[in-house]
Design a protein around this ligand. Structure first.
Ligand SMILES: C=C(O[C@@H]1C=C(C(=O)O)C=C[C@H]1O)C(=O)O
Length: 422
């Protein structure tokens, strides 16, 4: 029997059997992405490890400021009722839901529990089957290779208007209204035939192994920024802010990395982002530690100042309850957060949708990984167009033309992955 749960705090809809039966068994799998069906799959991979899934055993949709708490309640109920037989007991084995949350506080949140989840971590692989009845383990075979996209046309939108908006934000900052605001822009891609999203996904995972490559219901990308991982009581977060474009010349890039680590503009922008995350973590953790100085994260398109933060949370903490307090961090909102988010709504002129919102998964222990949905795109339901997003932290010293160039560099991963070339 299927039950529909409504949430008194806001519009929510759930579709789930009364009790889920979950069975996780070991399997031999090398390439998770090679198993993906052509459509309606879920993916979260990092350097070959991760989880992929398909089918829908249960789902939850919610809108409004209470969305994280509502999703967390729904998940707690579902996981406590589930009957799980898990021969692996790794993070992401057993019961799992993938999800996304819009950037905006009044936006949507969504969780899907797939019928089949295949995972891989530290040399071990598994398959979980989830549903109201448990059948035999599905046969896992590589599926047909992804279709090469046809010609793609990009429309960068009004870049002059965007740089003017950046200049206006700098004026607000100079007038002491706030310290930092992150402004984003979008770029439209049109495809001659519907996109097989496995094509860009496979390329992103190959070219950006240090990032978390994801796809949830048409939202896909490869984010370098881990908002929160919770694994057996330990939370970790990777905060990025402060960016420099790579030139392709390794010696020159090494010199640029050195200047990034000494740039007061970037260090200031970075510190705002680190503080917003560590302050939010303090409320949940018995101890919070962070590296003393930021390190430089080298990606093929850009380099970022990065800080890893860690903490210990009490038993029974759900990753979503901490994510609720971390989002939006200063890396994608600004400082102070409330002023920055207001200014974004006022001057950015963009519906961010799921861009810069949390994307990831939660398991039956409440553990999980939630990245910030950056270096990402939203595919239209007909698969014929997509919106690509990129944003930049604006501080008092920001130069609009440089920010535009930085946003271009941040669009490179998805733009390149959409190219029909190998
Ligand atoms: C907002 C984005 O990236 C964020 C902004 C950064 C910056 O301004 O230096 C760096 C990494 C991210 O935290 C994006 O990629 O769209």
């Amino acid at each position: 029997m299927w039950i529909v749960v409504t949430n008194p705090a806001g519009p929510a809809a759930s579709d789930a059997p009364e009790r889920l039966l979950v069975r996780t068994r070991p399997v031999e799998v090398d390439d998770l992405l090679a198993l993906l069906p052509e459509r309606d799959f879920l993916a979260w991979v990092h350097d070959g490890d991760g989880i992929v899934g398909w089918g829908r055993a249960a789902s939850f949709d919610v809108t409004g400021p209470d969305r994280f708490a509502a999703a967390s309640r729904w998940w707690d109920e579902l996981r406590h009722q589930a009957v799980v037989r898990d021969e692996i007991e790794a993070a992401g084995s057993g019961l799992v839901a993938f999800g996304t949350f819009d950037f905006a506080a009044d936006g949507a949140g969504h969780l899907t529990v797939p019928e089949v989840v295949v995972g891989r971590r530290d040399g071990r692989a598994w398959v979980s089957t989830i549903g109201s009845a448990i059948g035999p383990a599905p046969e896992l075979r590589p599926t047909r290779r992804p279709d090469r996209p046809g010609p793609v046309t990009f429309d960068d939108g009004d870049v002059a208007a965007w740089t003017a908006t950046v200049a206006a934000a700098v004026e607000r900052i100079e007038a002491d209204q706030l310290d930092k605001v992150v402004l984003a822009r979008d770029c439209r891609a049109d495809f001659e035939r519907p996109l097989d999203v496995r094509w860009p996904l496979t390329r992103l995972a190959r070219d950006y192994p240090a990032c978390w490559t994801f796809h949830v219901d048409g939202f896909f990308g490869s984010t370098p920024e881990m908002l929160l991982r919770l694994d057996s009581g330990l939370v970790t977060s990777r905060v990025l802010a402060g960016t420099i474009r790579r030139t392709g010349d390794d010696a020159h890039d090494a010199a640029l990395a050195g200047s990034l680590a000494r740039s007061s503009k970037d260090l200031e922008e970075h510190e705002y982002a680190v503080r917003s995350v560590s302050d939010a973590l303090q409320a949940h953790c018995s101890a919070v530690t962070r590296s003393e100085a930021p390190f430089v994260l080298h990606l093929p398109n850009v380099m970022h100042l990065a800080t890893d933060i860690a903490g210990v949370v009490p038993d029974g903490t759900s990753v979503l309850s901490v994510v609720a307090d971390l989002h939006p961090s200063a890396a994608v909102g600004g400082t102070p957060t409330a002023e920055a988010v207001r200014l974004i709504a006022q001057i950015e002129g963009l519906d961010r949708g799921r861009y810069a919102g949390p994307v990831g998964w939660i398991d039956g222990h409440g553990d999980g990984e939630w990245g910030i949905g950056l270096r990402s795109a939203e595919l239209a339901p007909d698969g014929r167009s997509a919106r690509l997003f990129a944003g930049c932290g604006i501080v008092a010293d920001s130069v609009p033309a440089d920010e535009l160039a930085e946003s271009e560099a941040k669009l490179i991963p998805v733009r390149t992955a959409l190219s029909p070339r190998d």
